[in-house]
Design a protein around this ligand. Sequence first.
Ligand code: ASP
Length: 423
Amino acid sequence: MLKLKLHWQILIALGLAVMMGSLTGVDAAIFGLKFYDVYNFLGTLFLNALKMLIVPLIVSAIITGMMGIGASGSLGRLGGKTLVYYMTTSLFAILIGLAVVNMVQPGIVDGEPAKEIIGLSADTSSFEQKVEGKGAGDVAEIFIRMVPPNIVNAAANGQMLGLIFFSLLFGYFLANLQGKKGDTQRDFWQGVFDIMMKITELVMKFAPIGVFGLVAKVIASTGLEAFEPLAMFFFSVLAALLVHFLVTMPLLLAFVGKVNPIAMYRAMAPALLTAFSTSSSSATLPLTMDCVEKNAGVSNKTSSFVLPLGATVNMDGTALYECVAAIFIAQAYGLDLSFAMQFTIVLTALLTSIGVAGIPSASLVAISIILAAIGLPAEGIGLILAVDRVLDMCRTSVNVFSDACGAVILARLEGEKPLQQKA
Ligand code: ASP
């Protein structure tokens, strides 16, 4: 029987979703059953299945990763390199965004600040509530969240930073636990991790159906008209993301990782398409790990350290978006941005992107922190809400790709040979 590769199946599902979503909208129904509800059902089921995997997968992946690294004494070296990679690529991304938004000036229309023309999107109240009272001091909160007072609570509420920090500590001490106790524990965690990867493979088989549901739902509810007044902003973000995705990353892959970038796109296709459909790096993590290990050939030791950490900490697309969005809103409000202010934006974007959770629309809260830092009202966020969802899909793919490239590049720097057979 003809069996299409998974990424082709997902691509076809995407195409069908765009078609069906725009044809049916939110109201069309057949035999009293709304198409929209069917999309919602399929999408939610898939998303739930992915989310179900996150906590045990992150915990077991980090613990087994630390077991390998901790025992070989390479933790400090790999940890240091990983952080340098995360910081530099995020900074590159932000600077690309900064350059594009200053060049295109999407917030200025015919020489006038565009606030009146765009108008605030209708429903901003829920976001205003969420972001009310956020200030630059909230950056410190990111570090507080790293040490959760209650680990079970952190897991239940999806506070990944806390969970990661705890798992890192646990894995580190487990790596050094001697004797039978240590062996039993290590076997146990390795077993948990192997099982989680098996369940991931099962969930992956349903990716095309899930992707169809998720994307058809977005298209049906957002429609394509929402984009018109924000077209310049939309394309500025898209252009900047593309530069990072198609220029910066391949250059790093080729020159630092010494691998063929095309092979990397091919290896990561299913994860990238899932990131696009789910708008969540955390939910995509199981697939990211699967693709990086199975298709790109990175060792479990490296990938299970770099990827779970990267899914929360390393968000190039998000950092870039925060910068472009904040400057766009400032332009639209007619604010003249001094060098110091632009610097504040870059720095805050870099720091908040570390703390942003890998879930849909998480950037919005970070953007409100930046707005507060430069003295703009949080309601400015209303200007970008209409296009946020689709840009979220794009930036999440960039986030995931940067994590995966990090795993490949760091594996290479650690003496592994990723992507060799495919290059
Ligand atoms: N949705 C993004 C992610 O999961 C975060 C964001 O930028 O809102 O990577």
